[in-house]
Design a protein around this ligand. Structure first.
Ligand code: TYM
Length: 431
C-alpha cells in the first residue's frame, strides 16, 4: 500500500541530518552512504539499516507478483535476487499502470569519466527491462553541470564532452528509440528551468545542507544543483511528451546512493502540488577489492570499465578480486568459501542469468568442492560475455543515433501494455 504517513519536510530534514550523524556514528562501525561516497565494513553495506535510516520501503514478494501479473513475464533477475531491494511509492506507480493512468521512467548519469563501469550498467540494464516489460516512455538526464560543480579538476568543456560519449554508452543498452528522450542539462536547461526555479524558491539553504551535508565552503553550484536533478520528476518538464500534464506519475530506477535527491524532491513536490515521484533502488555493485566500497569511476584498479578488453577483465579479477575462499587448500576443502564476502560470487549474482546454475555454483563453492581459481574463471567469462556483447552494440552507435535520441520531439506517452482506462460513463452508469 502507498505510505500515506510521510513526514513533513522539516521532519525529513531532521531525519536526514540524523541520518548523516548516524552515518558518522556508523563510521566507527564503518558504514557511510551518501550521494557522494560509500564506505562500509568488510561484510559490506547493511542495507536493512540503510532502509530504516533513509525511510524507504522494502521490495516484497507481493511487488514481484504484481509486476509479473502486469507484464506477463517473470520479473528480472535483479528483482528475483533482491538486488533491487528498496522503493518509494512503487505500489502507487503499479496501481496507476493497472488503472490505465500509466507512469513514466526517469533515470540519469553524471558524466565523470568517458566510459561507464559495470556498476553503472546495473540501473541502465534494469531501466531497459522496465521500459520493455511495461512499454513505458523514458527520460534520461546527463548531469554534466553536477560533475562540473563537484569535481574540481573537470572543466565545463570536459564534462560536456564526456556526457556526449556517455550518451552513446547509454544508447548501447538498447533503449527504445521511439520512447526514449536523452538530454544534457546544459542543452535542455530552458525546459528544466521553470520547475528548477519553483524548487529553488521552496528550498532553503538549511534544507539542502541537511540533506547533502554541504558546508559553508562548498561552492554555490552544489547548493543550486539538487533542484536540477529534481525537475525531470515532474511531467510538465517534458511538454513534447506530456503536453501540459503535470501529474503523470514518475518512477526513478537508481542505486540507493541517489535517494537523498529524491527524498528532497518528494517533499517539495507536496509543496508545489505535484505528484511525488516513486523510486526503485538497487544495492551497489561492489569494488573488485571487496564489499567495503561500491565500484567507482574514480578508482581505476578497483573498477571494470565497459571499455575493458577480455584480458584486462581477467587480470583484474584474478589479481584483485577479494576471495571468500579458505587461506589454504586444506582449509578451503574443510570449511568451504564464505559467499557473502566473495567478490566473484557476488558478481555472478548480478550477471549470471540462470538461477539453477547460480545455485549449483553456490553449493559447490560453499562446500569447498569448487576452488577460488575456478569461480574466478567462471566470473571472468560471464562478465566478459556481457561486456563483449555490449561493446558490439556500442561500436554501432553513431552521431546520428545521438541526434535522434536527444531530439526534442513528440513521444507517445501511452503504453500498449496498459489496460484501458475505465470508461467513466460506463462506471457512472453502473452506479
Ligand atoms: P552516477 O553517474 O554516479 O551513476 C549513474 C547511475 O549508476 C548508479 N551507480 C551504481 N549502481 C550500482 N553499483 C554501483 N557501484 C554504482 N555506481 C553508480 C547510480 O546510483 C546512478 O543510478 N546524480 C546522478 C545522475 C542522475 C540520476 C538521475 C541517477 C541524474 N538524475 C536519476 C539516477 C536517477 C549521478 O551522478 O549518477
Amino acid at each position: 500500500m502507498e505510505n500515506t504517513t510521510e513526514p513533513e519536510f522539516e521532519k525529513i530534514s531532521e531525519q536526514a541530518s540524523e541520518a548523516s550523524s548516524k552515518a558518522s556514528l556508523d563510521n566507527n562501525e564503518e558504514q557511510k552512504v551518501t550521494a557522494f561516497e560509500v564506505e562500509a565494513g568488510e561484510t559490506g553495506v547493511d542495507y536493512d539499516r540503510l532502509i530504516d535510516q533513509f525511510g524507504c520501503d522494502r521490495i516484497e514478494a507481493r511487488h514481484l507478483e504484481k509486476i509479473e501479473q502486469l507484464t506477463g513475464q517473470k520479473p528480472h533477475r535483479f528483482l528475483r535476487r533482491n538486488i533491487f531491494f528498496s522503493h518509494r511509492s512503487l505500489d502507487w506507480c503499479l496501481k496507476s499502470f493497472e488503472t490505465g493512468r500509466g507512469f513514466y521512467l526517469y533515470t540519469g548519469r553524471g558524466p565523470s569519466s568517458s566510459s561507464l563501469h559495470v556498476g553503472h550498467a546495473v540501473p541502465f540494464i534494469f531501466t531497459k527491462y522496465m521500459q520493455e516489460a511495461f512499454d513505458l516512455p523514458l527520460v534520461i538526464q546527463l548531469t554534466d553541470d553536477e560533475k562540473f560543480f563537484h569535481k574540481q579538476v573537470l572543466t565545463f568543456e570536459n564534462v560536456y564532452k564526456m556526457g556526449y560519449e556517455n550518451i552513446k554508452d547509454i544508447i548501447a543498452f538498447g533503449f527504445d528509440p521511439e520512447k526514449t528522450f536523452i538530454f544534457s542539462d546544459i542543452d535542455y536547461i530552458k525546459y528544466l528551468y521553470p520547475n528548477v526555479c519553483k524548487m529553488q524558491k521552496a528550498l532553503t539553504l538549511n534544507n539542502v545542507k541537511g540533506v547533502f551535508g554541504f558546508n559553508d565552503s562548498d561552492n554555490a553550484g552544489k547548493y543550486s544543483f539538487p533542484a536540477i536533478q529534481a525537475a525531470p520528476s515532474f511531467s510538465n518538464t517534458f511538454p513534447h511528451i506530456f503536453g501540459k500534464k503535470k501529474n503523470v506519475p514518475c518512477l526513478i530506477p537508481q542505486a540507493i546512493d541517489q535517494d537523498p535527491y529524491f527524498r528532497m524532491t518528494r517533499d517539495i513536490a507536496k509543496k508545489l502540488k505535484y505528484e511525488k515521484p516513486g523510486c526503485i533502488q538497487s544495492k551497489f555493485f561492489p569494488a573488485i577489492t571487496g564489499l567495503s566500497g561500491k565500484m567507482s569511476a574514480s578508482l581505476a584498479h578497483t573498477t571494470i570499465y565497459l571499455s575493458d578488453d577480455p584480458s584486462q577483465i581477467k587480470n583484474k579479477i584474478n589479481k584483485h578480486a577479494k576471495s571468500g575462499g579458505g587461506d589454504t587448500l586444506k582449509e578451503h576443502r574443510e570449511k568451504g568459501a564464505n559467499l557473502e564476502v566473495d567478490i566473484p560470487y557476488q558478481y555472478l549474482t548480478f550477471f549470471l542469468e540462470d538461477d539453477d546454475e547460480l545455485a549449483r555454483i553456490a553449493e559447490e563453492y560453499s562446500s569447498g568442492r569448487m576452488l577460488t581459481g575456478e569461480i574466478k574463471e567462471i566470473c571472468a567469462k560471464v562478465i566478459t560475455d556481457f561486456i563483449t556483447e555490449y561493446q558490439e552494440r556500442r561500436s554501432k552507435v553513431t552521431d546520428e543515433d545521438v541526434k535522434a535520441f536527444t531530439a526534442i520531439r513528440p513521444i507517445d506517452p501511452k503504453s500498449s501494455k496498459m489496460p484501458p482506462k475505465p470508461d467513466k460513463t460506463m462506471e457512472e452508469a453502473k452506479k
